[in-house]
Design a protein around this ligand. Structure first.
Ligand SMILES: Cc1cc2nc3c(=O)[nH]c(=O)nc-3n(C[C@H](O)[C@H](O)[C@H](O)COP(=O)(O)OP(=O)(O)OC[C@H]3O[C@@H](n4cnc5c(N)ncnc54)[C@H](O)[C@@H]3O)c2cc1C
Length: 391
């Protein structure tokens, strides 16, 4: 049998989150021996590859707003800061804006969320329906009371973000190994490492579960019932007959239907549907677009009744079934086991702040951003901390 690999920290999953945790740990303490275990370095199924890549300050929880404000600052400098031997990643961050359109019943919540976002330094404008139509004459605003527009919000390439963190972490000494963590190893209420599919052990006093939509499977091996399930979400790519003279912001209708420009003459469209299935399925169905999304889209943007469906894809949200928010930090009953999971569709933009926060917790440093409200204690104690309807 292969001898155990002994290190200081083992991270399971090298998506955007695991790679960010590894980077922040290695940057903070170069002496730390960090091993990151990833079973699929092609990332074909990782959510960080299959993401829509949006970042927005338009949340209603203070923690989520602060996390996004930090991300916006990081994304501006990311390519420069993560350069390795002169090679810069290219995350293609495009601040093309986010426009949330509101129906009367969502108006009060949107206004109070906007007040909070602004009080924390977020840039968000209130648009009356006429203003939305003036800026985007193709929009049909009947039934809307207005929109909240975040001009600095935008989108980026999730795979490039992941690879940027991974390359920099590796340069700083983190070791990335290909393998599947089959079991958490514990003894006397303490994490001791993981057992891989090869039966090799990677032993460490700190284990970080960054396994994304697969996180609950790993935690279950230590009898932890993590309320995180994989839910299939589909994204569609469409060609538009008209070429707009500017990129269209991510525009979100009251039902959650969204679209944005992907390239000139090309749109991304999606919506989380109540019957999106749980499980590890990656097939996409064009009928989801043609039967369910298209009629609604054409009602709001009549000229979109002439779109051409080019392709689509499906990826997994790691849905926190308790409150739809991240689960961050050490598990209350198992010393040394940390989680960064349950991002429920907004985790890409959370990778910078969460990576830094986990590193600070693990190293015993004072957190720069207090994210303790998102701690695992609330899960164990049954205290949900949900967004106010904006997700
Ligand atoms: C269609 C879609 C649209 C999205 N849109 C947005 C958006 O607009 N904005 C936003 O912020 N977020 C969005 N998200 C969510 C975001 O992409 C995720 O929250 C984020 O990428 C999660 O990163 P992660 O590293 O936790 O997970 P992943 O990227 O999935 O990485 C987890 C990794 O763990 C590995 N792994 C799992 N189990 C094991 C094991 N036992 N052993 C070894 N390796 C293992 C997997 O192979 C995987 O590579 C979207 C997601 C999807 C699917």
């Amino acid at each position: 049998m292969t001898a155990p690999r002994v290190c200081d920290v083992v991270v399971v999953g090298a998506g955007a989150m695991g790679s960010s945790v590894a980077y922040h740990l290695a940057a903070a303490d170069p002496a730390l021996e960090i091993v990151v275990v990833e079973r699929d370095p092609s990332y074909v199924r990782a959510s960080s590859s299959l993401t829509a890549g949006n970042v927005r300050v338009q949340f209603s929880l203070e923690e989520n707003i602060e996390i996004s404000l930090y991300a916006l600052a990081v994304f501006e400098r990311f390519d420069e800061q993560m350069s390795v031997e002169g090679q810069k990643p290219d995350i293609r961050f495009r601040p093309e804006g986010n426009l949330f359109l509101h129906a009367p019943e969502g108006c009060a919540g949107a206004e109070s969320a906007m007040a909070l976002q602004r009080s924390l330094g977020g840039e968000v404008e209130w648009w009356a329906p006429e203003e939305a139509e003036t800026r985007f004459p193709f929009l049909e605003s009947e039934g809307l009371v207005g929109g909240t527009f975040g001009p600095l919000d935008g989108h980026l390439d999730g795979y490039a973000l992941l690879m940027g963190y991974k390359a920099k972490a590796a340069t700083l000494g983190a070791e990335f190994v290909v393998g599947e963590a089959r079991e958490l190893v514990t003894r006397g209420g303490r994490a001791k490492g993981v057992r891989l599919e090869t039966s090799q052990y990677v032993l460490a006093p700190i284990v970080v579960n960054c396994a994304g939509a697969w996180a609950a499977d790993l935690s279950r091996t230590a009898d932890i019932d993590l309320p995180v399930v994989p839910v299939k979400r589909q994204v569609f790519v469409l060609e538009t007959p008209e070429l707009f003279d500017q990129p269209l912001p991510l525009t979100i209708f009251p039902s959650g239907l969204y679209f944005r420009s992907e390239a000139p003459g090309m749109l991304l469209v999606g919506k989380s549907l109540d019957d999106d299935p749980e499980g590890y399925s990656f097939s996409w169905q064009e009928s989801r677009f043609t039967d369910l999304l298209w009629p609604e889209l054409a009602r709001w943007v009549p000229s979109f009744d002439r779109l051409r469906l080019i392709r689509g894809w499906a990826g997994l949200y790691a849905v926190n079934t308790m409150d739809g928010n991240a689960i961050l930090g050490e598990w209350p009953d198992l010393e040394g086991l940390f989680h960064a999971n349950g991002f429920s569709g907004h985790g890409l933009q959370q990778a910078p702040a969460v990576g830094r926060y986990l590193a600070e917790l693990i190293l015993g440093h004072e957190p720069t951003l207090d994210l303790s409200a998102l701690g695992a204690e609330r899960i164990v104690e049954g205290r949900p901390l949900a967004e106010g309807g904006l997700v």
